[in-house]
Design a binder for this molecule. Structure first.
Ligand code: GLU
Length: 439
């Protein structure tokens, strides 16, 4: 019988034997090839004329999730799980061979019954998209759904499942948008999808629900693996967290401060960094207005200063200049100096925020003469150790409140959610080559 897409097949070619799932041939593949998804998750194309034998090993069966009834346990707190998309919601789409985000929060509960031992669960699907496609208006929509749950007396905390790529932007945005946050909002995701044996989704979910139910902080924090093993997750403050690896399960790291806590899948929480606001009985409001005409501009050797003029001429309202180290930009050679472009920004009253591409450490407006030129002569705003992505999110949020340049500077340098540390914690620097353990 001819195999159909989704079937597990074995193909013997003139060169080798392959076993995997037959995919519908995506339009981008040349004719004369068939496409297999191998066990390691990769897709390969096999030239049809080289095939000697095809054997069907297992026919495709639609995954059926048998819905279980979970009874409300009055002894346990209730957690709201809001799903938004990403790998944690993904499964293979046999039509394209790619992945689609279609598992909902309710499906997670069905697939991971251990969650019911930690808390009662209330699930809602907010959206189903990959995080690289999210927009600032989606952050606002998420904030509104979250606020509704946070203002419900029966809810102990909220878990948001999300794609990991831009999770650190969302974590910062939600932290700024949720005014008077009163309970934990825990954002989680996974680096390996639920249909793979090595998935990190379930432990991340269990730890996240534990944190939402019992962590005593009123913060937005990410909660994903804290090491490459399945031993614990870490809570990183939204606004100080960054995705630092493309594939590792412990990709999310706190920068310049220690993570807030370790959360163990067995249910315990070990606080590491006590500098956070505690749960409070206050009403949460959403301040989700956002000015989208902002650009992050990377500074690099040989850059054309005209890039800045381009944005200014297009009517952009703010710029994040992701400068080198302490905040340097080229200032010496007329053709490459940014000084004229920055003067143009000043005349147009467009705030220029200086952050550092070293990620760790802080920018400084006065140490060198050329830094003084930027800060004093061009009014560039040096934002201490605020991460570039956080500076972007914050500037969009600030510019929706005011476009008065003095006020913008004052608000950008006001510490709202712990996005600026008073002193960078040297223990948080991760690149120690295994000499000292970070946490
Ligand atoms: N790029 C996708 C996203 O961020 C998948 C990555 C992931 O969830 O880990 O939504």
């Amino acid at each position: 019988m001819k195999p159909s897409p989704g079937d597990t097949i074995k193909i013997a070619t003139t060169e080798a034997t392959f076993e995997g799932i037959l995919l519908q041939r995506p339009a981008l593949f040349e004719p004369g090839f068939i496409v297999l998804k191998l066990d390691n998750g990769y897709n390969i194309g096999i030239e049809e004329k080289k095939i000697k034998k095809i054997e069907t090993i297992k026919q495709y069966e639609m995954p059926i999730i048998k819905r279980k009834e979970f009874k409300h346990n009055p002894k346990l707190p209730t957690v709201a799980i809001l799903s938004t998309g990403g790998t944690i919601s993904s499964r293979i789409d046999y039509k394209t061979g790619g992945v689609i985000a279609d598992y909902t929060a309710d499906d997670f509960i069905q697939m991971c019954p251990e969650l019911a031992e930690v808390a009662n669960m209330k699930a809602k699907k907010v959206m189903g998209i990959m995080s690289e496609d999210l927009l600032p208006e989606d952050w606002k929509k998420m904030a509104e759904f979250i606020a509704e749950e946070l203002n419900n007396k029966d809810i102990a905390g909220v878990v948001v499942t999300h794609g990991t790529d831009t999770m650190h932007y969302t974590a910062a945005a939600l932290h700024f948008f949720l005014k008077n946050i009163n309970k934990p909002v825990i954002i989680t995701g996974s680096q390996r999808s639920i249909d793979r044996g090595s998935t990190d989704a379930f432990m991340n979910l269990i730890c996240s629900v534990t944190a939402a139910a019992r962590f005593d902080g009123a913060v937005v924090a990410t909660c994903l693996h804290g090491s490459t093993n399945d031993d614990y997750c870490i809570l990183n403050r939204g606004g100080r967290v960054r995705k630092m690896h493309t594939a590792r399960r412990d990709a999310f790291q706190s920068i310049d401060e220690l993570p807030l806590a370790k959360v163990f899948p067995g249910g315990s929480i070990e606080v590491i960094n006590t500098a956070y606001k505690k749960r409070a009985d206050v009403k949460v409001e959403v301040e989700g207005a956002f000015e989208k005409k902002i650009a992050i501009i990377e500074v690099f050797p040989g850059m054309d200063p005209g890039v800045i003029n381009f944005y200014l001429d297009k009517g952009f309202k703010g710029i994040i200049l992701n400068a080198t180290a302490l905040g340097h930009v080229p200032t010496v050679f007329p053709e490459y100096s940014l000084m004229d472009a920055l003067q143009y920004a000043r005349e147009k009253k467009v705030p220029v925020i200086v952050s550092s591409q070293t990620i760790n450490g802080r920018v400084h407006p006065f140490v060198y003469t050329n830094l003084r030129k930027l800060s004093i002569e061009r009014d560039c705003i040096f934002v201490e150790d605020m991460l570039p992505e956080v500076a972007y999110v914050k500037l969009g949020w600030v510019l929706a409140k005011t476009q008065d340049t003095k006020k913008v500077k004052e608000l950008m340098l006001t510490n709202y959610i712990g996005e600026i540390t008073e002193r960078s914690d040297p223990r948080a620097y991760p690149f120690d080559h295994g000499i000292a353990k970070k946490h």
